[in-house]
Design a protein around this ligand. Structure first.
Ligand code: HAM
Length: 416
């Protein structure tokens, strides 16, 4: 029986690549002062129906319990933002503002399968709560940029497209639209570039707007007064070249209010690597108005990123170097004489107690085979327990150098 389509099996090499990405993300998040949190894997369906909106609601994997099989009440989490908003709102007083939280959960969305989109994926989230200043937007975009630079990617490889729902709101209200219709309008704008103009015209007709007007506004490159200070802040950090103004970005999710952005790879412009923005009203919505804190954040998936890292030579080399250092064992204890196995086991245990990644043959195997295993595990040293006992032979596998030492000397030599 096979795994369900879009769900992931991680063989050791796949797991190592995933861990490479996740550990780099964690390092950078901490460098920026973010702390890690997590939430439930199953949440009430309404959490997403009410707060997320957009395509995501039709893509949920719902969960029924065995005792009440008919009725699905839960959904496998498709995103983190509503959970984060609820958690912060519930214990808001316990945390100093602005709070900077990150997480690296796996999410589930029933999407049509295509390159870069699976039904299960990991997503880094970085969010800042409690800071209305554009300095927070700039800090968030900066950490976002470094989440990609850490893999050896440069401004030639990716771009952050920065936009603003505030700008689109002003456009819409000036044209006679109402706040109630705003999200519907954003959804039309979100699809305008991918939709034939006649269809967009038809969707906009009720507000007396045309596709041409929308596309015209979309092509303007002038930063609004909300975006200009963010660009200036990034300029001061030396990160300006990573960012472009692009009003074609509106984002699909319902809760965004101000700045919004997405990250694309420059060469193919295929699928977004990451997306996010401000959601200044979500905490209030989540707490019936009790906790009214501004917030902003982004999500970056592992699938599109892993595809990109495999394609960019400098990034691939960096990843391969990391993976090469992640071998299974540093030391392989070769047992050349079976009757010495108890002594070999004692030595293995001492090496492991001292923190050395150590392996050995579980059953009697020819010495040549044992050395092959040592190489296959990527071990740097073989410690041969054989003719020299009570001394052992320490062999550096790359250079084939050998020295005969006592067990204590081996431990000292290997830094144990
Ligand atoms: P999102 O745009 O739905 O935003 O997802 C962000 C990123 O997650 C995408 O750009 C993509 O890299 C990845 N992603 C999404 N769906 C899939 C999929 N089916 N397969 C693989 N990767 C996928 C959010 O989820 C927001 N909650 C982000 C956020 C955090 N906004 C504020 N804070």
């Amino acid at each position: 029986m096979q795994a369900l389509p879009g769900f992931r099996e991680f063989y050791p090499a796949d797991c190592a690549r995933r861990n490479y990405i996740l550990s780099a993300w964690r390092d950078v998040a901490r460098r920026y002062g973010f702390v890690e949190f997590d939430g439930p894997v199953v949440e009430p369906i309404e959490l997403y129906e009410k707060k997320s909106g957009g395509e995501l609601v039709g893509q949920m994997f719902t969960v029924a319990t065995a005792s009440e099989p008919g009725e699905a009440k839960g959904a496998l989490r498709p995103e983190m933002t509503p959970t984060l908003a609820r958690m912060v709102a519930a214990r808001e007083r316990d945390f100093k503002k602005p709070l900077k939280w990150f997480c690296v959960p796996n999410f589930f969305r029933h999407e049509r399968q295509q390159r870069g989109r699976l039904r299960e994926f990991y997503q880094l989230n970085c969010d800042i709560v409690g800071e209305p200043s554009p300095a927070a937007d700039a800090e968030l975009v900066a950490v976002l940029i470094d989440m990609l630079r850490v893999f050896g990617l440069t401004a030639q490889d990716f771009v952050v497209r920065l936009s603003s729902r505030t700008a689109w709101e002003q456009f819409f209200l000036a044209a006679g639209g109402t706040k109630e219709d705003e999200y519907e309008f954003f959804q039309v704008v979100d699809k305008a570039e991918r939709t034939p103009p006649e269809k967009t015209d038809a969707a906009l007709a009720r507000w007396g707007l045309t596709a041409a007007q929308v596309l015209d506004f979309m092509r303007s490159k002038e930063p609004t007064s909300e975006l200009a200070p963010i660009l200036a802040d990034l300029e001061a950090r030396g990160l300006r070249e990573f960012v472009e103004i692009d009003y074609a970005i509106v984002r699909g999710l319902a809760y965004y209010t101000g700045t919004v952005f997405e990250v694309f790879d420059r060469a193919k412009n295929e699928r977004a690597l990451a997306g996010g923005g401000r959601y200044d009203r979500l905490l209030a919505l989540m707490s019936d108005g009790k906790v009214d804190l501004p917030a902003l954040g982004f999500g970056m998936g592992d699938v599109v990123l892993a595809n990109l890292l495999a394609e960019i030579p400098a990034a691939k080399a960096k990843m391969d170097a990391w993976l090469a250092a992640e071998h299974a064992a540093d030391i392989f204890v070769v047992i050349a004489k079976e009757e010495l196995r108890p002594h070999a086991l004692a030595l293995v245990q001492r090496l492991r107690d001292a923190g050395q990644r150590t392996d050995f043959p579980l059953t009697a195997v020819k010495v040549g085979k044992q050395f092959q295993t040592a190489e296959a595990l990527g071990a740097r040293y073989a410690v041969l327990v054989g003719d020299e006992w009570p001394l052992v032979k320490l062999k550096t596998l790359a250079t084939r150098e050998e020295v005969v030492l006592s067990g204590d000397e081996v431990l000292a030599r290997l830094g144990a």
